[in-house]
Ligand binder design. Structure first.
Ligand SMILES: CC(C)(COP(=O)(O)OP(=O)(O)OC[C@H]1O[C@@H](n2cnc3c(N)ncnc32)[C@H](O)[C@@H]1OP(=O)(O)O)[C@@H](O)C(=O)NCCC(=O)NCCS
Length: 164
């Protein structure tokens, strides 16, 4: 079951193969949660204490200029920055990769973001992929690249078609 990060989850043995994402869970996620800077969701292994994967969500906004001309045309010019939801990190432990868990966590994050957007405005979900492999993963699920920033985006309207 995917649940909010707690003190008794075993963070220190998590290893997704990426040092930045490991260190974040080992050392910083707890502090960020405490300070309400982000929410961290984990999938604990039922039999061991290991965390199979985690993701983080927070409020975010991105400049109107970050969107392509085509998207900008549909947005009011009075909004210089557009409210979005940031899927800041998503990582699966190496021992659990390639078993569909990344997909499960991503869909959970997107569904959760969509549900929240019914009560707190958000134009879409933004990710900032750490490398080309991560980019390919998000592309597979319909994220499009934002010009210039390296970030990727999926519109809440698209998520409504999936979850609404
Ligand atoms: C990228 C990552 C999240 C994928 O998780 P995973 O559990 O291994 O992936 P899944 O088994 O759920 O794969 C689901 C689908 O995505 C595909 N996929 C997985 N990784 C992919 C990648 N890097 N690029 C393209 N497609 C990928 C799988 O082939 C599978 O496709 P299928 O359903 O058609 O068979 C995971 O490998 C990981 O944590 N990597 C290190 C950290 C990282 O890169 N995080 C990402 C963003 S910050």
């Amino acid at each position: 079951m995917i649940e909010l990060l707690r003190k008794d989850h075993n963070r220190k043995d998590f290893d997704c193969g990426n040092a930045t994402l490991n260190i974040y869970l080992h050392n910083q996620a707890g502090q960020d949660v405490k300070r309400k800077l982000s929410a961290c969701f984990v999938l604990p292994d039922r039999d061991t204490t290991l965390i199979k994967g985690y993701y983080t969500l927070s409020n975010n906004s991105i400049p109107l200029q970050s969107f392509s001309q085509e998207v900008r045309r549909k947005l009011p010019k009075s909004y210089t920055s557009i409210p979005t939801t940031l899927l800041g990190r998503l990582a699966i432990d190496k021992r659990s990769q390639g078993q569909g868990i990344g997909k499960i966590l991503l869909i959970d994050a997107l569904k959760r973001s969509y549900e929240i957007s019914k009560e707190l405005g958000s134009f879409g979900v933004v990710v900032d992929p750490i490398d080309i492999s991560a980019k390919n993963f998000y592309r597979k699920y319909g994220f499009i690249e934002l010009p210039d920033s390296g970030k990727m985006f999926i519109a809440m309207k698209t998520l409504k078609e999936l979850f609404g």
